[in-house]
Design a protein around this ligand. Structure first.
Ligand code: AMP
Ligand code: MG
Length: 478
């Protein structure tokens, strides 16, 4: 194992050195062993993690730091952000030479905590663990979850809740808000250090090019567009796309009151603190661009307005290209073209107007052969004539493809998950975990780790929610 502390050492003026503060009767309840072994980390047991986290002079925490950043929250600039309840413990360099941050959430107060307690609750750490792993296994770029700790310490949110900690892994924890902070506070030397650091460790392929800042911004634009295209295709609503929650690596990051869609409503809002729907499902592509504009301000000392405008124009193209590619795969359509776009759009319109469960109906579509008179899917649509017209168009399209039905169906099942993370199931996992029982957590995680498979044992995780399960309010406090 090679631990490194490049951020703490080379950007010493941008951090506060601190070690994690343990919780009453802290105990490790989940270790992501496959991720642990990919990272070549030695801590295999629960005791080993406790020792690594909380013993004096542990190599994992000896150089841990809180990072400073700012962010645009709901469109308003807030300079007073930073790791208020998290620490960058260490970086790990894998045997292949890749670098990852190990970050502990819920580690106690820091200078950036403002008046809050520096802690995270079990509910939100479980939600982050499940979501980051679910997204990763769907092929959606995300931070990963490595290790979960619970405790007997209570903290107050809307009610008294168990405090917990989560170690997460990501290429880095550099957010849009890091760059924005040093730009808006006009600390341009520090901004320069942050860029130098980024070119050394994260965008090194551009360091010696003629215009490295243009290439870096273009890469962030491209990766952000790709990530958001995948959110839209798989029905994921992040819920708090503030620029402090946006990673420069284009990965899903900082999970709050997120949700996967149940009944398809394009205007769905998962965050109950967002009544205007700034971060609603169908606003995500536009907000992604808004956020990239905010980030681009930090590039203005290096790039002309015209250069920035040109780079930002790449966003929409990339997002639409990626989205179309995935949607064609989900619908089993090989060719790109106006006819197939119409089929996809009409299918989405039907799902929305008949309030069908987004993931379940895409999965049902995998076994639908429009040339047969099979009625199970047809019968579930109230506007049957509309469905028949659509099925006729689909059948023409499929007839022109050089694919057997079996091939088409098998391919579609690799793009339409059988298991999706549902809020009502996550809540059942949380309720059990609060009682000290993590067996449902383990089982759900196993299902979500192979989302395209079918196991009779996990059938309950594939069912769409009952009516009561669709209206679970997700609190923003975490
Ligand atoms: P979040 O809503 O988790 O993205 O956090 C927004 C900002 O509030 C970040 O600067 C966090 O570090 C800070 N924050 C959130 N919750 C807490 C807490 N319980 N204690 C201290 N800081 C917090
Ligand atoms: Mg955040």
């Amino acid at each position: 194992m090679i631990l490194d502390h490049s951020y703490a050492n080379e950007l010493n003026e941008l951090v506060t050195h601190l070690t994690p503060q343990s919780l009453k009767n802290a105990r490790v309840v989940a270790i992501n062993q496959s991720l642990r072994s990919q990272l070549n980390l030695p801590w295999e047991t629960q005791d080993a993690w406790l020792e690594a986290l909380f013993s004096v002079n542990s190599p994992l925490t000896q150089h841990s730091v809180a990072q400073k950043y700012g962010g645009h929250q709901f469109g308003h600039w807030n300079p007073d952000l930073g790791d208020g309840r998290g620490l960058l413990l260490s970086e790990v360099v894998t045997p292949e030479g890749k670098r990852f941050d190990l970050h502990l959430k819920g580690s106690g107060p820091t200078p950036y905590s403002r008046f809050a307690d520096g802690r995270a609750v079990l509910r939100s750490t479980i939600r982050e663990y499940l979501a980051s792993e679910a997204l990763f296994h769907l092929g959606i770029p995300s931070s990963r979850a490595l290790c979960l700790l619970t405790s007997d310490e209570m903290v107050y949110r809307e009610k008294s809740e168990k405090a917990a900690m989560l170690i997460r892994v990501s290429q880095s924890h550099l957010r849009f808000g890091h760059f924005e902070y040093y730009f808006h506070s006009q600390q341009l030397e520090k901004l320069q250090s942050l860029f130098d650091y980024s070119f050394k460790y994260h965008f090194s392929e551009y360091a010696d090019q003629a215009n490295p800042h243009a290439l870096m911004l273009s890469k962030i634009v491209h990766d952000t567009a790709t990530m958001i295209a995948k959110w839209q295709a798989y029905g994921f609503n992040h819920g708090v796309m503030n620029t402090d929650n946006m990673s420069i690596h284009g990965i899903t990051f900082d999970f709050g009151p997120y949700a996967f869609l149940d009944d398809f409503d394009p205007r769905f809002i998962c965050n109950h603190s967002d009544p205007q729907g700034r971060y609603s499902f169908d606003n995500q592509p536009g907000i992604g661009l808004w956020n990239l504009n905010a980030l681009a301000m930090a590039f203005t000392p290096y790039l002309s307005r015209q250069e920035i405008t040109n780079i930002l124009q790449e966003y929409e193209q990339q997002l639409l290209k990626e989205y179309a590619k995935i949607m064609r795969a989900k619908c089993g359509l090989i060719e790109f073209g106006a006819h197939n776009s119409t089929i996809i759009n009409e299918w989405l319109d039907m799902l929305a107007s008949e309030k069908k469960d987004y993931s379940q109906y895409f999965r049902l579509l995998c076994d639908f052969d429009p040339t047969l008179k099979d009625t199970s899917l047809r019968d579930s649509f109230i506007d049957r004539p509309r469905f028949e017209r659509w099925a006729e168009g689909l059948s023409q399209s499929i007839a022109e493809q050089d694919w057997t039905n079996e091939q088409r169906s098998a391919s579609m099942k690799k793009h339409n998950p059988n298991y999706i993370l549902r809020n009502y199931l996550a809540q059942q996992v949380i309720d059990r975990a609060e009682e000290g029982d993590f067996s449902l957590f383990d089982a759900y995680l196993t299902a979500l780790s192979c989302p395209f498979n079918e196991h009779p044992e996990y059938a309950k995780f594939a069912a769409p929610p009952p009516d009561w399960g669709k209206k679970i309010e997700i609190s923003c406090s975490s």
